[in-house]
Design a protein around this ligand. Structure first.
Ligand code: F0G
Length: 463
């Protein structure tokens, strides 16, 4: 099973065996990132790969098997990542560390669709994973590899969600974990999770990009296994929502998938998932994958605006969507390939746009964290520009649960989120929409009549 995959450099094409990967997961020749390759991958040459053609996975058999596994009581079958293990054979089944991640809902979003004038809008809610974010799907994969390789320590730099996921899965496996997070720049819910799951949590006086730099040195000097998304095994787990979306849509391919962009690994993982299914003949085409960045953390958007050529300039990142407060994304080249091969776009959205979109998603009874709401805000722009047709089907990838960052939500509803300058920049329509959505808590004496008055006042307003 372990010899059934290798690591291929996405820069120079160099292939290495699993045990040849360096601790920082960068290519020794060109410094680029690796991806996991299988005998049946599109990048393999069937003619020279003995057995590859004969062992080509069969789409019909796998579709059936994946559904069947949902009724099994085996832990690996109940996981929404490992029930697809035929397309991610990276560890023996007895090494799998699972919290029954995946199998997340694909929700219809009728009110958001109506706002956009679209017929059909869906949201794949990866915030419904065990630790409340999409990171669990990647963490179960890479942490299982850490276990299989006999590591005692795992580590990550994080804007919060990776650390929460890593801490939980490490605790499950009985491994020790080191978290590096930027001091004061992550949401409390996430910090509390790392502590709850027993991680050694270090808050560095720097930003996320500074944490990444420090960790890159640490993994070279201490025997710790790096679990940031430069670790290509993370992406093997994170590609599985692509499989689930298709299952949930009865194998009808949506036209568009809209993904938030931070370190730019997730869009790459999903792109890999769809590409593999297309290559194997499960589907004939793939969705256009578009990436949305916060305007204050938009290095990919800037690079694409400048024509997609020349040096990639990191930015100093600022956004209240702390999960994607990243100025120097490690996986930008992988993301660019996914944009190019699927035909998607990059958009940027302002703090005002993120806040309103988050409230609109919340008002559907769905809810998400700020970084996830960039998807709806970005889709508004893509529809307005005609890049997404109103009759087309789009899926928003919601990456984190609303309870990850309750402080943001409370500030929004109290009207205390935006600075005066940002609030002044709101359009009339945005202001009206916010006024309708805001639900500031009312404090009253414990008198029935007073509460009934509130009810009457609300009744007088349109729902
Ligand atoms: N949404 C959420 C909720 C995230 O936590 C992240 C990344 C992203 C989107 C962006 O995904 O980095 O693959 O482009 N969070 C990382 C972390 C960086 O440390 O938790 P990406």
């Amino acid at each position: 099973m372990l010899s059934s995959h290798s690591l291929r450099c996405t820069g120079c094409g160099l292939r290495i065996a699993q045990n040849e990967a360096r601790s920082n997961f960068r290519c020794a020749t060109c410094g680029d990132l690796f991806e996991i390759e299988y005998p049946w991958s599109a990048t393999r040459d069937k003619a020279t790969d003995a057995g590859a053609a004969a062992n080509q996975p069969n789409p019909n058999a796998l579709r059936y098997l994946w559904q069947e596994r949902r009724t099994s009581t085996l832990a690996a079958d109940q996981s929404g990542v490992w029930r697809f293990r035929d397309l991610l054979p990276i560890v023996p089944v007895d090494k799998i560390v699972t919290l029954y991640e995946g199998n997340t809902p694909l929700y219809e979003m009728p009110r958001c669709a109506a706002l956009l004038g679209m017929n059909w809008l869906l949201a794949k809610h990866q915030g419904m994973n065990p630790t409340g974010s999409f990171k669990d799907t990647g963490m179960t994969a890479a942490l299982s590899v850490a276990v299989a390789n006999g590591f005692e320590w795992v580590a990550c730099a994080s804007t919060g969600n990776t650390s929460a996921a890593m801490a939980a899965y490490a605790a499950r496996a009985g491994l020790r974990s080191l978290v590096l997070i930027p001091e004061g720049k992550i949401a409390w819910g996430k910090l509390s999770q790392a502590m709850d799951y027993g991680s050694t949590t270090v808050q560095l006086r720097t930003d996320f990009d500074g944490c990444v730099r420090v960790l890159a040195e640490i993994v070279q000097r201490a025997p710790v296994y790096l679990l940031n998304s430069v670790n290509p095994y993370r992406l093997e787990g994170q590609k599985t929502p692509a499989f689930e979306i298709l299952e949930q849509m009865d194998w009808q391919v949506p036209h568009h998938l809209i993904v938030p962009g931070g370190n730019l690994a997730n869009c790459s993982a999903l792109g890999k998932g769809f590409a593999e299914l297309q290559h194997l003949g499960f589907i004939k085409r793939v969705p256009k994958i578009s990436v949305i960045q916060a305007a204050g953390a938009n290095p990919l958007y800037r690079w694409m605006q400048a024509g997609g050529v020349g040096p990639f300039e990191p930015v100093e990142a600022h956004t209240r969507a702390t999960a994607i407060r990243i100025g120097n994304p490690a996986s930008w080249k992988k993301a660019v390939k996914v944009l190019a091969t699927t035909g998607g776009w990059v958009e940027e959205v302002s703090e005002q746009e993120i806040a309103l979109a988050k409230a609109e998603i919340g008002a559907e009874g769905i809810g998400c964290e700020p970084a996830s709401a960039v998807t709806l805000a970005g889709l508004k722009k893509l529809v307005a520009d005609g890049r997404v047709g109103k009759e087309e089907t789009a899926v928003l990838l919601l990456t984190g649960h609303t309870l990850k960052d309750p402080e943001y939500t409370i500030q929004y509803h109290r009207g205390a989120l935006l600075s005066d300058k940002e609030a002044a920049a709101e359009t009339v329509a945005q202001r009206a929409a916010n006024a309708k959505l805001r639900r500031e808590p009312v404090v009253l004496d414990a008198k029935v009549d007073d509460v009934l008055k509130v009810l009457d006042a609300m009744q007088a307003q349109p729902a």
